[in-house]
Design a protein around this ligand. Structure first.
Ligand code: GAR
Length: 208
């Protein structure tokens, strides 16, 4: 069984999708052993507590810079013996001291079709505002490995939804979460835990 450590900052609907998928047997070969939040009071922590998953809070605001914060996260991941780290609505970019140590062991969910609307500054509703501002007709979400560049690691899975003429950032966000994020994130985690993701030439290939 692989130890899955989930990093969160907010509401935690993706964490909930992972918890539900684990309970219903969709995630094979792994168990969520710890949830770490970058914010005190994040609702994601309540979700973890309700499911009896151990929590840790490492507040970003208590650290002067990304490096010192990332070192604290690295220490926690090592202590938790993490085999897989999942960034599920985690709103802090991790320094390469973490991404190197956990190369191809950190998975992120990004709410757009990478390489569009991604990188520093593109997170949460801002991503959907940008997509609507551009006028794209489809959007979606990307599950990818995390490397030293924001949203630039190997893509594992992507899924799309139509953008509707009267969409707001909120309605588009919700459609992408329901139809793509909450399904593909657990699927990617299960593939990882069963050693069904291969890396070739820096690209990820999932065995279905
Ligand atoms: C999700 O839409 C996730 O894709 C996005 O934030 C939301 C978190 O929701 N993540 C990012 O923008 C990271 N760059 P949740 O807390 O309910 O899972």
């Amino acid at each position: 069984m692989k130890n899955i450590v989930v990093l969160v900052s907010g509401g935690g609907t993706n964490l909930q999708a992972l918890i539900d998928a684990e309970r219903s047997g969709i995630i094979k070969g792994g168990k969520i052993t710890c949830v770490i939040s970058s914010k005190e009071g994040a609702y994601a922590l309540e979700r973890a507590k309700k499911s009896d998953i151990p929590i840790r809070v490492i507040p970003r605001r208590e650290f002067p810079d990304s490096l010192s914060y990332s070192r604290a996260i690295l220490k926690a991941l090592d202590e938790e013996k993490a085999d897989l780290v999942v960034l599920a609505g985690f709103m802090t970019i991790l320094d390469e001291c973490v991404t190197r140590e956990y190369a191809y062991k950190i998975i992120n969910v990004h709410p757009a079709l990478i390489p569009s609307f991604c990188g520093e500054g593109f997170y949460g509703l801002k991503v959907h505002e940008a997509a609507l501002g551009y006028g794209v007709k489809v959007s979606g979400a990307t599950i990818h490995f995390v490397n030293e560049k924001a949203d630039a690691g190997a893509i594992i899975l992507q899924g799309t939804v139509d953008v509707l003429p009267d969409d707001t950032p909120e309605t588009l966000q919700r459609r992408i979460m329901e139809n793509v994020e909450w399904k593909l994130l657990p699927k990617a985690v299960s593939l990882f835990c069963q050693d069904k993701i291969r890396i070739r030439d820096g690209k990820a290939y999932a065995e279905e």
